[in-house]
Design a protein around this ligand. Structure first.
Ligand code: CO
Length: 218
């Protein structure tokens, strides 16, 4: 416990500073959470949703896992999406990957790391789907392209979830975005325009994939 004292101390300082700047901050947030965004990102410690988007507590609902994977058998991720869409009525779902993702690199290298190999099989599926064109790139381009393709695929998985299909069916305004973050300069980039209906998903997906190849194929 003793070695974590600095974190508790930093928390006391943060809470005091926050109250000094906005005396009602915690009282207000304790009553209701009303975020407009759901963030589905990588667990990587260098990609914290709130900080990189300049959002305060209360502004973004967050789900993170290794390599920002969305699969229809993952009750954890699906429940987060359902809670965010049905109960919180978020307006945007942002699937955000990042260049230099360890999960993506491990998959590309075919390296065994343990239990997580089973999870990263989902990234392997994305790699296999695009194998031919990925093979034409040099290794660093290939890694960056797969980081982008993985986001685009996982965003499509969000669109194809029953939660999103039902939300769009009843006319709920919620968009699904594919973003990627660069560790080297802290910049986010949008990989699609935001998918606003089930009907748009396939075409937006196709366009985002083609845009990705246009950045890497010479
Ligand atoms: Co990562």
């Amino acid at each position: 416990m003793a070695d974590l004292n600095h974190l508790l101390q930093q928390n006391r300082e943060w809470a005091a500073r926050t109250i000094s700047e906005d005396p009602d901050f915690f009282a207000r947030l304790a009553k209701i959470q009303d975020p407009k965004y759901l963030w589905i990102g990588c667990s990587d410690s260098r990609v914290p949703a709130n900080q990189i988007t300049g959002m305060e507590p209360g502004e973004v609902f967050v789900h993170r896992n290794v390599a920002n994977v969305v699969v229809p058998t993952d009750l954890n991720c699906l429940s987060t999406i359902q809670f965010a869409v049905d109960l919180l009525q978020v307006e945007h779902i942002i699937v955000c990957g990042h260049y230099g993702c360890g999960g993506i690199q491990t998959t590309l290298d075919g390296r065994r790391i343990g239990l997580a190999d089973n999870w990263l099989r989902h990234v392997g599926d994305v790699m296999d789907k695009h194998q031919q064109r990925l093979n034409m790139l040099d290794s660093s381009q290939r890694a960056s392209a797969l980081c982008e393709l993985n986001v685009i695929e996982q965003a499509l998985n969000v669109c194809q979830s029953t939660v999103m299909q039902d939300a769009w069916q009843r006319g709920q305004p919620v968009q699904v975005h594919s973003w990627i973050y660069a560790l080297k300069d802290g910049r986010l980039k949008a990989l699609n325009n935001g998918i606003a209906s089930a009907a748009q998903a396939a075409e937006e997906y196709r366009q985002a994939v083609e845009m990705c190849w246009s950045r890497y194929e010479k």
